[in-house]
Design a binder for this molecule. Structure first.
Ligand code: NAD
Length: 491
């Protein structure tokens, strides 16, 4: 399968898809009749480059090539994925899908970003209905993993499976919705919440800002990590879900919602909402709000990674996939060359590592070096299984030199020289770079301990052997410039 995606319609959503594919190593061919499309996609891409690579704890693939084309036929040439993100009108979707199918590989995936149309509606009058399915993303497409994949009974099973595995490979979560319905699943919630919110503003109960606060200071944070049902299961306490349902069951009969009733969509209502929204957020430009949103999303998703939960667990699984077959997953015996400092980190600087000075904050240098130390331990055999068996390394002393600044999104590497690895002692010297530029060095002295007694002990024979191999191979390197330093007391 070629790693070429055709992006048909390059607005907010098409631009996000373009960024998602490009940053995952695909080449992207765009068709959009808007002469401003190239500029708009460039802006989405700049946001994506700043935020997505740092979500991963390993380096992402090299970016693919981005090209713009004068027709759908030209954009679709050679593509194995064609994503339609044109305006939400069925006639435009049909014309577009027909043009795509006249040009594309019959085995290519054709995904539609439609928020509301059912896949059977998109397939009406198609040349090959089996190729078309809904692949509904969430804005920003380059950060949020969810894709609602909605096929019909006519959708080709092999193409459906390709779609799901391709989405997984670019860090997304294909939620396969087995039965089609208007607006799929997620947008039905959003529509329900939206209707309720329109009523609350129209009836003067709450302003747009008060409603946003009601969401973001409370249940919005809960939903990001456990969703609806798991949250309520916990809320039911030890008695669980049945108790929770019994407690709130009667509310279903009470006037707790106006969902069955729709407010009239009048100019007055639009002006009321738009005016309140301007008062609430008008101090920021849309680009500023996008960046604030992306910073927050990255910070939240990285926090969930540390818990290996929800969207964070998805990201960790994606990191593990990206590491396979790279030097970052090898052990000492698999590494070709032990004679130079070993690559122990290759990643982008995440948004949440950057401080008020606009560069990587000092504690994150230690964070990066700690990841390198963990990786070095893994190389010599001190991995999760070994630690579970009762042995590990504790850091006794650290000395970091901050030599140059580095910004969010920059790709950094760390190479590690072993200065001493003998018995319980492990002395490491890490060098962090962006390209050839040295950013920092970190010197760490560690002791092997028994996790039972919490006291220093000798490591396993296998670890001793691995350290001896590295020691012999790196002996010629000598003491690096910058090692053995301390901040001295003035004479
Ligand atoms: N905005 C969202 O939050 C969101 C979320 C999920 C899905 N969607 C869906 O994505 C689709 C696109 O929405 P959007 O928000 O990106 O809209 P948009 O208006 O930002 O972008 C639409 C793009 O399509 C281009 N276009 C118009 N006619 C075209 C044609 N015939 N061929 C190719 N390109 C054409 C326009 O120039 C524009 O750049 C819709 O189906 C929408 O329901 C939107």
């Amino acid at each position: 399968m070629t790693k070429i995606a055709a992006i048909i319609g390059g607005g907010v959503i098409g631009g996000g898809w373009a960024a998602r594919f490009l940053l995952n190593g695909w080449s992207v061919r765009v068709f959009d009749p808007d002469p401003q499309a190239e500029r708009k996609i460039g802006e989405v891409l700049a946001n994506a480059r700043r935020s997505l690579p740092g979500l991963a704890d390993v380096a992402m693939p090299t970016e693919g090539a981005l090209t713009f084309h004068a027709s759908i036929a030209e954009a679709d040439a050679g593509a194995s994925w064609s994503q339609e993100s044109v305006p939400e009108r069925l006639d435009i979707k049909h014309t577009t899908l027909n043009a795509v199918q006249s040009a594309c590989d019959p085995l290519a995936v054709i995904g539609s970003s439609t928020s509301g149309f059912k896949p059977s509606e998109l397939q009406e009058g198609a040349l090959r209905p089996g190729q078309i399915m809904v692949c509904h993303p969430f804005n920003p497409v380059y950060l949020l993993p969810l894709i609602e994949v909605v096929p019909t009974g006519r959708t080709d099973q092999a193409i459906l499976e390709t779609a799901k595995s391709t989405l997984t490979s670019i860090g997304m979560y294909p939620l396969h919705i087995k039965k089609e319905i208007d607006a799929h699943v997620a947008d039905r919630f959003l529509e329900a919440v939206w209707r309720e919110a329109l009523w609350l503003v129209k009836d003067g109960i709450a302003t747009t800002e008060e409603i946003d606060n009601a969401i973001r200071y409370g249940f919005g944070i809960r939903w990001a990590q456990m969703g609806l049902f798991e949250t309520y299961r916990v809320a039911g306490g030890e008695a669980g879900m049945k108790h929770f349902m019994a407690q709130f069951g009667p509310c279903l009969q009470w006037p707790w919602t106006r969902l069955t009733d729709v407010p009239d969509f009048t100019d007055e209502l639009v002006d009321l909402i738009a005016g309140q929204s301007e008062a609430q957020s008008g101090a920021y430009s849309i680009r500023e709000l996008e960046r604030i949103r992306d910073n927050n999303l990255v910070a939240m998703m990285r926090a969930l990674k540390a818990q290996d939960w929800g969207a964070g667990a998805l990201m960790n699984a994606q990191d593990a996939r990206m590491k396979v077959g790279t030097p970052l997953s090898a052990r000492v015996d698999d590494l070709d060359d032990l004679s130079q400092p070993l690559l122990t980190l290759s990643r982008a600087v995440p948004l949440d590592w950057v401080d008020y000075n606009g560069h990587m904050t000092e504690s994150r240098y230690l964070d990066a070096f700690a990841q390198s130390t963990d990786r070095f331990m893994e190389i010599i055999g001190c991995d999760a299984d070994y630690i579970a068996s009762g042995g590990s390394y504790f850091t006794a002393e650290t000395h970091i030199r901050h030599l140059d600044e580095v910004h969010a999104g920059a790709r950094i590497t760390v190479h590690t020289q072993m200065l001493l690895g003998q018995g319980k002692k492990l002395h490491l010297f890490h060098t962090m770079r962006e390209g050839a530029r040295v950013l920092a060095t970190g010197e760490h002295f560690l002791l092997h301990v028994s996790l039972e007694t919490r006291k220093p002990t000798a490591p396993s024979a296998a670890i001793e052997t691995a350290m001896a191999q590295i020691s012999a191979a790196q002996a010629h390197l000598g003491y690096p410039e910058g090692a053995g330093f301390a901040i001295r007391r003035p004479a």
